[in-house]
Design a protein around this ligand. Structure first.
Ligand code: HEM
Length: 463
């Protein structure tokens, strides 16, 4: 049982030391100054996936890292993850240090807020993700995908990572905001790349360095702001009403009758716009890469597409018959979960398993590592969509597979992304076969999301 030490704030120091000795999980010793910090951040920055993997091997499925005055609990065990994200969700908030920088980009959107503000926002946004709306969006998903495929030719080499960003961005903007973003995808791509890759560097390089990562991030933020504020201004200026999420936000009224400000709407749009396309884009890119490395899986997938669609574009009502397509997409997100961690801060004293977690402690759920837990996923590095046959999934522990998170803060766009993934794969694969360009390096880059570090240059060939 965890040992609890109660006392007034002046005893907090004693409490932490006592708790660390008796009731915290094993873990690395506290860093002892700037040199230790520099070594830690450099090692972590260079290879976070490997660094954390080694620590799990050394300390077990949960470890404690003393960090910046608050302890950091790092998890990969499904039971522990379920306790944090589901059972004790009310005891945790999202005001953790990893999110602070994201808040600077996304403002007070659905991803970053807590408490009543979050609940109100979730209620406001949720209807845009209901089944009726998804059935309507499906045609737009396929339409945008066919538009992309029409611009490609057999023999071309394309960076699929970039192409998928373009496609998923157009999809989100068209379906949720009724906006054609085609002419602005370069600006958005550049800004997001700067923000996601500069995220970690911005912690290492001081803000006053001219042209440094923080200055570049400011510019990227301003660029995104311009695009999103432009969408709001265009809709207002058009004087027209559309049945989409943007309109819902514009029409929303508080109990006192006041409307959302442009900044509040911007924060919501920016959150959905970024959370809604980058993740799905990475998931599709990793899936196409894995298919290129596993011809037997691709052959099985093509058999399903032939039998179900026979060459025509997929539709929403085909989804129940595209089961293998879905299994492939799910397995790709097991190996390369685009959101590879989620984080929380304890807002009250609590426990994880038998370990005490004091108020203020931070918890990092390592989805990437949970998806490689050998006792749940035998031969974890092997790409095997068969793991997602319904009978296999039914006996897996809760929270063993969580590319979309779990509990009340789970992804609002989960079904949107699953439908989009299934339909876009079905559509793209009927047009082309994708082969990795000879010699192209493939390496995951874990920053805010898990992207392919060098892009994904692929040769398009006829099917
Ligand atoms: C493959 C695609 C996607 C993945 C892997 C993914 C992953 C996640 C995860 C893991 C979370 C939980 C974060 C946490 O617990 O702290 C989350 C939350 C969220 N996602 Fe997604 N997501 C995807 C697609 C989408 C799409 C398509 C949208 C919207 C169009 C979206 C919007 C959001 C929002 C707004 C939240 C915050 C929800 C809340 O806190 O209430 N995501 N996503």
């Amino acid at each position: 049982m965890p040992i609890r030490v109660h006392g007034p704030p002046c005893r907090l120091r004693l409490r932490r030391v006592t708790a660390a000795a008796l009731a915290t999980p094993p873990g690395p010793p506290a860093r002892r100054g700037p040199w230790d910090d520099a070594v830690y951040f450099t090692r972590f920055f260079l290879d976070p996936l490997g660094f954390v993997g080694e620590r799990f091997e050394q300390y077990g499925d949960i470890y404690y890292a003393p960090s910046g005055g608050v302890g950091l609990y790092v998890l990969r065990d499904p039971e522990h993850i379920w306790e944090v994200l589901v059972r004790d969700a009310a005891k945790y908030g999202k005001t953790h240090s990893a999110l602070r920088q994201l808040e600077g980009v996304l403002g007070e959107g659905l991803l970053t807020t807590d408490g009543d503000l979050w609940r109100r926002q979730r209620r406001l946004v949720q209807p845009a993700f209901g089944p009726k709306r998804l059935a309507e969006y499906a045609a737009a998903f396929v339409d945008e995908c066919e538009r992309t495929a029409r611009g490609w030719y057999p023999g071309q080499v394309r960076d699929l990572s970039r192409e998928m960003m373009d496609l998923t961005l157009r999809v989100v903007c068209r379906t949720l905001f009724g906006h054609d973003v085609s002419g602005q995808t370069d600006v958005v791509w550049g800004a997001i790349k700067t923000l996601t890759t500069g995220f970690a560097a911005a912690r290492l390089v001081p803000g006053w360095v001219p042209g440094g990562p923080q200055a570049r991030s400011e510019q990227a933020r301003a660029d995104l702001d311009e695009v999103v504020m432009g969408m709001i201004a265009d809709r207002r200026a058009s004087g027209q009403s559309h049945p989409d999420l943007l309109q819902r936000l514009l029409d929303a009224r508080d109990e006192d009758g006041s409307a959302l400000t442009d900044v509040e709407i911007r924060d919501q749009l920016l959150t959905l716009f970024i959370a809604g396309h980058e993740t799905t884009s990475h998931a599709l890119t990793w899936t196409l890469y894995l298919l290129s490395q596993h011809p037997e899986v691709e052959a099985e997938l093509r058999r399903e597409l032939r039998e179900t669609l026979g060459g025509r574009p997929p539709r929403y009502d085909d989804l129940p018959n595209l089961t293998y397509t879905r299994m492939v997409f799910d397995e790709a997100m097991r190996l390369f979960p685009p959101a590879y961690t989620v984080a929380r801060r304890a807002e009250a004293d609590t426990v994880i398993g038998n370990w005490e977690v004091p108020k203020g402690a931070e918890v990092i759920v390592w989805i990437y590592r949970a998806h490689r837990l050998e006792r749940v996923w035998p031969e974890p590095e092997r790409f095997d969509p068969e793991r997602f046959r319904p009978e296999a999934s039914a006996v897996r522990p809760k929270c063993a597979y969580l590319p979309f998170g779990a509990g009340p803060r789970a992804c609002i766009g989960k079904v949107f992304a699953q439908v989009e993934g299934q339909l876009l794969l079905a559509s793209l694969l009927q047009h082309f076969h994708f082969e990795l360009e000879a010699g192209h390096p493939v390496e995951p880059l874990p920053r805010i999301t898990l992207s392919p570090k060098h892009g994904m240059r692929m040769v398009l060939t006829e099917v």
